[in-house]
Design a protein around this ligand. Structure first.
Ligand code: ADP
Ligand code: ZN
Ligand code: ZN
Length: 747
């Protein structure tokens, strides 16, 4: 855990600032990459609180910012400009402002750039129009006429008797009546018209909704433990460490129920929120209402509604992607990070941060408990448990009759396959057997498209992206060659662009499309579907594909990492991992750990109900520690070995690490700035600077990239070193320096 300032106090109305004859000054943070908040004077007739949204002049423009601090009377009034007006928007709570400050400092990013993430909903700045809603009046004596209560009128009254106020649209839909029926009831005084904020019509999740899940003793103990944490209102981290299918989700739902009973807000982070419809169905079953959803693909009106309902405290459960950490929670009482080990929690564009780590900071500032859930906890989290900074709850067994699947490795070195074949005879046989017995299978290959490399047999020409140091991947379903690092895409040519030979192009290696094609040859009658971000482009498409899988309309699902995500298919009993070695190359610090986690998660899809599962892992390195750990089911020895390696090398979490990346559209400029940085690199005991070296993808989107790694021991914070270092160099035009604290992606 990073040490942070925890003087934050949640839910306390801040006192108004004293006014001194119109000379009051405030600093206003503006959501632009500016390093500091600027000072403004406050007009006499305006009362401002910290966190208020205000309109201020900036150069010749007017912009909206947030009152960040009182700045006393330090500036000469004639030199500063005045705040123009205050906006009628719920102020940013102190906990969120502290979080923004903390993250800006930790990630060496301008505060304003972080604020921008919290203000990523333009429409919140426009006042909300109240909605008309209907409810049952408390005093029923006001009825003007005794309207006959028909069946349709009764339906409306029954619905309203059991719910919060409803708007016309929802009410008509639910009661299956026309607007006229509702209007007549309103006229006669049977129902009352109200003006409400749009979010007041949300149905609240009900913690005591009757549902069918009865927790096992172990699950119950875990749930009680977490509920007690929620009741304590204290910062506290618990790892919920349980094998796939052990009921971790059911257990943390109980912690959410407790938070709901206490009237607090809960936030659940999911790594791939739009791909997990099953999670939402389960939430609905447990709480008889939907949670508030937050992710980048929401449209503006949904974003606004979500933002405002969080700000007013009306949203009690929010489930979101990492950016949900920047929502203005008033009474955060519980945070949950599901699949805490997931690499998807690392934000690599714009402001870089690790959402799991920042969720911990957010919980600490909000003084609330946080739960990290995983079947394969990250090394970082394991070490924190070892050091007793985090608690740990264990769910060692699958729920009910389900047992963990049987795992075997197929040594591909003696597979006797032809060069264009990728499915071993063992795997084919197992797939066939499954089809005969009416069971479903999953093939996992973490590569989109048809093949990762296309070349000319005649002249050896290889198709490369003109903007990146990367090969083009063939997507046969779209007849195109695509770069997976930028948007570059061409129609697959018939002839070689280099030697003009026709029919000379050939491909190397498999992608999911090629595996699906091979299935057509080896098991022609199998019903095969592909699940990747190319074939599943929306939450709706994900829902449709998953429903099809549940309805057993698919025999074999072929997919990338997307198939690993928390899905629960009772009839899925075989998982084939086409290329288990794929993630191991690349020299990434976490390559082995991540490969193990992904393989484990994919394997966990097999045999989740009555029928036992089987997993076949195709590998060219059966002796690799990852493969041995998978086959033996020995997570502990593997993780301990990984920990030992990291400790010996002084790598995170035993040391601190940052990447400093120089980018420029001009390779000469990139080199020059890199050598200036090298010349000024920080020196000292336990400070190691590696580089400059071309980043593994040396050119990305036309930008030349040079990279340094700065490594220190735990005791030495990186940020002051980096700030001092960067101050010593001048960054020329069209050149940038990017700082990535705790880098994950070593591209
Ligand atoms: P995890 O999150 O650990 O992978 P889940 O919470 O998804 O596990 O549980 C796996 C499956 O088992 C789900 O379908 C879940 O509803 C079911 N399950 C877990 N615990 C119980 C229980 N006590 N009673 C009934 N079903 C349960
Ligand atoms: Zn050629
Ligand atoms: Zn590219």
């Amino acid at each position: 855990m990073k040490k942070i300032d925890t003087t934050a106090c949640n839910n306390i109305d801040l006192p108004k600032m004293p006014k001194k004859d119109g000379k009051e000054q405030v600093s206003v943070l503006i959501p632009l990459p500016l390093a500091k908040a600027y000072n403004y004077s406050v007009p006499e007739n305006l009362e401002l609180k910290l966190g208020d949204f205000v309109k201020v002049p900036l150069g010749s423009r007017q912009v909206v910012g947030v009152v960040w601090e009182k700045s006393g009377n330090k500036n000469d009034l004639s030199k500063i400009k005045s705040v123009i007006s205050r906006l009628d928007v719920t102020p940013l709570p102190i906990t969120l402002r502290k979080f923004i400050d903390w993250l800006a400092s930790y990630s060496v990013t301008p505060q304003g750039a972080v604020l921008r993430m919290a203000m990523n909903v333009r429409s919140i700045l426009v006042p909300t129009k109240p909605l008309i809603a209907f409810t049952i009046p408390k005093n029923t004596s006001k009825r003007t006429s005794d309207l006959r209560i028909t069946q349709s009128r009764k339906r409306v009254l029954d619905i309203l008797a059991n719910s919060s106020p409803k708007n016309m649209h929802d009410l008509c839909l639910e009661a299956k009546v026309s607007r006229g029926v509702v209007n007549n009831l309103a006229k006669s005084g049977h129902i009352k018209t109200l003006y409400v904020s749009p979010q007041s019509t949300f149905k609240k999740p009900d913690p005591d909704h009757l549902h069918t899940i009865i927790l096992s003793k172990k699950q119950k103990n875990a749930a009680n433990y977490l509920s007690e944490k929620v009741t304590n209102y204290k910062f506290d981290v618990t790892l919920l460490d349980g094998v796939t299918g052990s009921g971790k989700t059911e257990v943390y739902f109980e912690a959410i129920a407790t938070s709901l009973r206490l009237g607090k807000q809960a936030l659940v982070l999911l790594p791939e929120i739009s791909l997990t419809p099953q999670w939402f169905d389960r939430f609905q079953r447990r709480f008889s209402a939907a949670p508030i959803v937050w992710h980048s693909e929401l449209n503006e009106s949904k974003r606004r509604l979500a933002w405002q309902s969080v700000a007013t405290g009306e949203a009690k459960v929010v489930v979101g992607a990492r950016s949900a950490l920047f929502l203005p929670f008033q009474k955060l009482g519980l945070l949950i990070v599901d699949e805490e080990h997931e690499g998807a929690y690392k934000q690599i564009e714009g402001v870089t941060y690790q959402a799991r780590d920042m969720a911990i900071v957010r919980a600490q500032i909000s003084k609330c408990p946080i739960v990290l859930s995983s079947a394969t906890p990250s090394i970082e989290t394991r070490v924190n448990v070892l050091k007793k900074r985090f608690n740990r709850l264990e769910l060692p067994r699958r729920y009910g009759p389900a047992v963990l699947p049987l795992l075997e490795a197929t040594d591909m070195r003696d597979s006797q396959l032809k060069t264009n074949e990728f499915l071993s005879f063992d795997l084919r046989e197992a797939l066939n057997k499954n089809i005969i017995s009416g069971e479903q299978s999953l093939l996992f290959l973490n590569r989109r498209g048809y093949a990762p490399l296309t070349l000319c047999r005649k002249c050896g020409h290889r198709f490369k992206c003109p903007n990146c140091s990367a090969w083009l991947v063939e997507h046969r379903l779209q007849t195109s060659l695509q770069c997976h690092h930028c948007e570059y895409k061409i129609i697959t040519p018939d002839t070689c662009p280099n030697c003009e030979a026709s029919n000379s192009l050939t491909v190397c290696g498999p992608g999911v499309e090629r595996v699906a094609e091979e299935l057509k040859t080896v098991i022609p009658h199998a019903r095969v579907r592909i699940m990747t971000s190319d074939t599943v482009r929306s939450p709706k498409a994900a829902r449709e594909l998953i429903a099809s899988m549940e309805a057993q309309e698919i025999d074999i699902l072929v997919g990338t990492q997307m198939v690993a995500k928390g899905h629960h298919f009772p009839n899925l009993t075989l998982v084939g991992i086409v290329d288990a070695d794929l993630g191991l190359s690349g020299g990434d610090l976490r390559a082995s750990e991540r490969t193990y986690q992904v393989l484990h998660q994919v394997a966990g899809r097999a045999g989740r109900a009555e029928r036992p599962g089987r997993v076949i892992l195709q590998t060219y390195q059966p002796g690799h520690p990852v493969m041995e750990a998978m086959v033996k089911g020995d997570r502990e020895s593997f993780m301990e070995l990984e920990e030992k390696n990291r400790k010996e090398g002084g790598w995170p979490p035993f040391g601190r690490l940052a990447a400093i990346i120089v980018t420029s559209n001009d390779s000469y400029k990139a080199d020059r700035l890199a050598s200036q940085l090298a010349y000024n690199a920080p020196l000292g005991k336990d400070i190691h600077v590696l580089g400059p070296a071309p980043a593994p993808i040396a050119v990305l989107r036309g930008q030349h990239r040079r990279r340094f790694l700065l490594k220190t021991n735990r005791e030495q914070p990186l940020q002051p070193l980096i700030r001092a270092w960067l101050e010593k160099v001048a960054v020329p035009s069209n050149t940038k320096i990017r700082v990535d604290i705790d880098p994950y992606n070593f591209l």
